[in-house]
Design a protein around this ligand. Sequence first.
Ligand code: ZN
Ligand code: ZN
Length: 365
Amino acid sequence: MSLAFYPNSPVSETDKWMTFNATTPPDASRQKETDTSMKNFPSLPPPSTDVIPTPDTLLIKTRDNITKVAAGGPKFERKLPKGWFWYRKWDFEDVASISWFAGIHVLAACAPFVFDSGAIRVAVVLGFLTGFGITLGYHRLLCHRSFKVPKWLEYFVAYCGAHAFQRDPMFYVNTHKSHHKYTDTERDPVCPGHGFWYSNMGWFCNNDHVAKLCGESRGGQYSKVPELKAQLFYRLLHDTYFWQPAALGALLYLYGGFPYLAWALGMRAVVVHHLASLASYASHLWGDRPWNSPDAATNHWLVALLTLGEGWHNNHHAFQRSARHGLEWWQFDPTWELIKFLQLVGLATNVRLPTEAEKARVPLH
Ligand SMILES: [Zn+2]
Ligand SMILES: [Zn+2]
């Protein structure tokens, strides 16, 4: 077992990026260190600052390395140990998350047996609302502040996002900021290197583990989002997060009965959740890397099509503040189209795009 994420890459600048610690001892010692930390899991100590990759060590300098990274993706050899998911302390949010995941999957399984065209129409509308809630609201607005909107609209899109089962804005933004800071390293809380199950669902159900990867001593600190913690709306949404889908479910049931519950809550939430997870999983494994971003992020047209433009992920990692992810005319980016519309009607301002100078610093192949 090795700490190298891309074991076939040459030992060079990339090797520094692939290991956590520039002062890491030779391979044999590393092996021991790795095994020990695995054994101690889940009481993993908060990571120290000397293992945080810096932009310099992250930079992939040669075309050869870019190609290897794009082809290989973040292959951790340090998998999460057996039993990591079930055999550990569960807090209320962990239990509530997995209960909701189970609930929406049961409802979705019932949906085909209670076919109702009205329920499907409502599911499609809610699917787009909650999908854009994540892509436009949680990601491009709250995480990256790539444009501004009036407060009422910010709260509305954030509220829509809260029905996509990606947790509340404080959790999501805090975690996503760590994803950008530690991309494709073992400190990355959503990296596909942790495995499909973790990437799809595990990180929503393990507060303490995610917190430790984010450099916090326990779940619920959200140290990277003081701007959200300062707002009553986000605190309330955090405190009532698990009740919001219950309220929506009650409304849907009162309006149209069980078919509306099965389609517009269950099936809709399952589809949106798995597409959102696909974006974070596949976008560091498969596709092209037109930009030399300091990680393994990729562009994939099909992922982009399925995830409202989030699949232009290499573009996004190269220009994180850009509101537009599909940078070429042929890179269809529905979320950017919606931002352009909001700008046209005067609701979106300060819309950020990469400058020519920024593009010159992240050279093309
Ligand atoms: Zn991002
Ligand atoms: Zn990413």
